[in-house]
Design a protein around this ligand. Structure first.
Ligand SMILES: N[C@@H](CCC(=O)N[C@@H](CS)C(=O)NCC(=O)O)C(=O)O
Length: 223
């Protein structure tokens, strides 16, 4: 059996989707969290872009880029989290690409420094959810009755969205019935709840505070 170690920062969304992928497979793996402001020297030998996540396989093989890491995991650990049929597989993969744009909109919301810029980025985010409402399944997953790789990607986004009660309950978000049901379902899953390290809330809170994010004041966990 291969030895798998993921290197991450505590609140990295790209690494979180890989952890969810591992969790959905019930795979054994280790995670090492490094402090982004104090990256150890060995990190640069492993990570050409200086970014996490990286996956270390059997101590000396390194894979970087979260989507590539996830494909490697899917190819080497059963069961596959992609449809078998090539056409449906391509369809799910295409929407996985789209999930990167949705994550980017979500991150823009997190980085927004005032109400106006937040509202603009939230509009962009909702427009993308509208596209999803038309295509997702009705059984609480994106495709079919079981999670596929794309549920990991959106699990990360919805996990973070639900850190803000007002967005979770927002009528515009809730008006996308299928998306809201999907988000509720993903957030109820242990594979997703257990995809962040201990202390995640504190790290996320400090991150928003340091970025002077408009959303900081709305964090559920904020005292
Ligand atoms: N395309 C990359 C993006 C990874 C990325 O942007 N990671 C961030 C952390 S979430 C990072 O390492 N940034 C460099 C830094 O903060 O020093 C992937 O999907 O793996």
């Amino acid at each position: 059996m291969q030895k798998l170690k993921l290197i991450s920062f505590p609140i990295c969304p790209f690494a979180q989707k890989t952890i969810i992928t591992f969790n959905l497979k019930g795979a054994e793996f280790d995670v090492e969290y490094v402090d982004p402001s104090k990256k150890p020297a060995w990190f640069y030998d492993f990570s050409p872009s200086g970014k996490v996540p990286i996956l270390v396989v059997d101590d000396n093989n390194v894979i970087f880029e979260s989507d590539v890491i996830n494909e490697y995991i899917d190819e080497t650990i059963t069961p596959s989290l992609l449809p078998q049929d090539p056409l449906n597989k391509a369809w799910v993969r295409a929407w996985i690409k789209f999930s990167s744009e949705v994550l980017s909109d979500f991150n823009s919301m997190v980085f927004a420094y005032d109400q106006n810029s937040f509202e603009q980025t939230y509009k962009d985010f909702l427009k993308k959810l509208e596209k999803l409402e038309d295509v997702i399944g009705k059984d609480g997953f994106f495709y079919g009755k079981q999670p596929t790789m794309i549920d990991a990607n959106f699990g990360v986004i919805f996990y973070r969205l639900y850190q803000f009660e007002f967005m979770k309950n927002d009528s515009k978000f809730r008006s996308f019935n299928k998306v809201a049901k999907w988000a509720d379902n993903l957030n109820s899953m242990q594979e997703i709840k257990g995809s962040v390290p201990n202390g995640f809330n504190g790290f996320f809170e400090s991150f928003l505070k340091n970025k002077q994010s408009y959303l900081y004041q709305f964090l559920n966990t904020k005292k």
